[in-house]
Design a binder for this molecule. Structure first.
Ligand code: SF4
Length: 354
C-alpha cells in the first residue's frame, strides 16, 4: 500500500481535494470555450469517462461571456484558466466558476495577485497556483539561468507563503516542467516542506504513446512517493484519452479502481482464437461502466486458471471454444462465435448484482 502524503483538504466546488479524499482526476477542454454547445458536450463526455474537475481556457472576452452557462450546465466543477489578464480572474469569479488557475508569474504586480486572492476568499473560489517551467518569474530565471527544480520549488514556496500570509488556504499548487526528473525533484522538495495539496502532471508530454509513457513514468513515480492529490495527464490528444490514462496509472498503483479492469494475455503461438478482437469489443462496450470489476481474458489454459481465480469473471480460450469462469470456477463452455457476447452478459450480470 502506498502511504499518501498528509495534506490539508480544500474544496473545488463540491469536490474535496487532499486530506482523506481520493486522488481527483481532472482534464482540460480542447474546444473553443465560447462555443458553448461543443464545450458542454466535451465536458459531459469527459465526466462520463470519470473526469471530476474540468478546466477551460479563458483567453478572450467571448470565452468569459460563455462561462456562466457552462458553469450552470456542467455536471462537474469548472475551473477558469487565466493568463496575463488579471481582470479575467475577477470576472470569471463573477460568472460563478468554482476555481481559477493562475500562474502568478505571468499575472503582473504582487498587489494584483493579492486582490485576486481576496476576491476568491469572499466568493469561496479555490485557486490553483500554477508554477510552470515556461512562465517562471524573471528574478528566479536570472538566479538559476534555467527553470531547474530548485527554481520551480522556490517560486511555488514564494507564492504559497504569500497566499497564507493573506489568510487564504483554499488553494493547491502545481509545479510542472516538461523534464520528468526536474519535475519529480521540484514536487518532492515542495512536498517535504508543506501540507498544501499538489496537483501533479507532466506538462506538454506530447502525442500518443510517447506522451502516455512520459506521463505515466513522471506521474507514477510521484504517486508512488505518496505525492499528488489531483492528477492531469496532459496529452496532445482527445482529453478522453487523458482520463483513461489517469485511471490506468492510479489503478496500476492501487490508488483508485474504476470500471472494468481487463487482464489479457499478450498472446503467443499457442493461441487458437482472435483474442485481441474480444478484448477490444469488451473494452469498447463497457467503457462507461463505473463499478470496479476485474476480468481475465486468456488465450489458453496455461495461465488462465490462475488469472481467472484472481478475477471476478474470466475467459480461458481453447481451439474454437472457451471456458467462462466466475470467481475462479468454470461455469460454462461457449463456442468461439458466442464467447464475446457470453462474457459481456456475465460481466453485466455481475455488475448489476454489485
Ligand atoms: Fe500464450 Fe496461453 Fe500465455 Fe496467452 S495464456 S500468452 S496463449 S501461453
Amino acid at each position: 500500500m502506498i502511504q499518501r502524503r498528509k495534506t490539508r483538504q480544500i474544496n473545488v466546488g463540491w469536490v474535496p481535494v487532499g486530506g482523506s479524499a481520493p486522488i481527483v482526476v481532472q482534464s482540460m477542454t480542447s474546444t473553443k470555450t465560447h462555443d458553448v454547445p461543443a464545450t458542454l458536450d466535451q465536458i459531459n463526455r469527459l465526466a462520463r469517462a470519470g473526469c471530476e474537475l474540468i478546466r477551460v481556457a479563458v483567453p478572450h472576452e467571448e470565452d468569459l461571456n460563455a462561462l456562466e452557462e457552462i458553469v450552470k450546465k456542467s455536471p462537474i466543477p469548472v475551473i477558469a484558466d487565466i493568463h496575463f489578464a488579471p481582470s479575467y480572474a475577477f470576472r470569471s469569479m463573477e460568472k460563478g466558476v468554482h476555481g481559477i488557475r493562475i500562474n502568478p508569474g505571468n499575472i503582473g504586480k504582487e498587489e494584483i495577485v493579492r486582490d485576486i486572492v481576496q476576491e476568491a476568499k469572499v466568493k469561496n473560489v479555490a485557486i490553483r497556483i500554477g508554477v510552470n517551467s515556461g512562465s517562471l518569474e524573471k528574478d528566479l530565471l536570472e538566479k538559476y539561468r534555467y527553470p531547474c527544480a530548485q527554481a520551480l520549488f522556490e517560486s511555488a514556496m514564494r507564492w504559497s507563503e504569500k497566499f497564507e500570509k493573506w489568510g487564504f488556504y483554499n488553494f493547491k499548487v502545481s509545479i510542472k516542467g516538461s523534464d520528468v526528473l526536474e519535475n519529480i525533484k521540484a514536487n518532492k522538495l515542495f512536498a517535504e516542506q508543506t501540507d498544501i495539496p499538489l496537483h501533479i502532471g507532466i506538462t506538454e508530454a506530447g502525442m500518443g504513446q510517447k506522451g502516455i509513457i512520459k506521463s505515466s513514468v513522471g506521474i507514477g513515480i510521484l504517486l508512488y512517493m505518496g505525492i499528488g492529490d489531483t492528477v492531469r495527464v496532459s496529452l496532445t490528444d482527445d482529453p478522453e484519452v487523458e482520463i483513461k490514462t489517469a485511471y490506468e496509472i492510479l489503478r496500476a498503483l492501487g490508488l483508485r479502481r474504476r470500471g472494468v479492469e481487463i487482464v489479457a494475455c499478450p498472446t503467443c503461438g499457442r493461441i487458437e482464437v482472435d483474442l485481441p478482437k474480444v478484448v477490444k469489443e469488451v473494452e469498447e462496450k463497457l467503457k462507461e461502466v463505473k463499478t470496479p470489476i476485474k476480468v481475465a481474458i486468456m488465450g489458453c489454459v496455461v495461465n488462465a486458471i490462475g488469472e481467472a481465480k484472481e478475477a471476478d469473471i474470466g475467459l480461458a480460450c481453447g481451439k474454437g471454444f472457451a471456458w467462462l469462469f466466475k470467481e475462479g470456477k468454470p461455469i460454462r463452455r461457449v463456442s468461439e462465435e458466442e464467447m464475446a457476447q457470453a462474457l459481456l452478459e456475465e460481466i453485466l450480470r455481475d455488475i448489476n448484482r454489485k
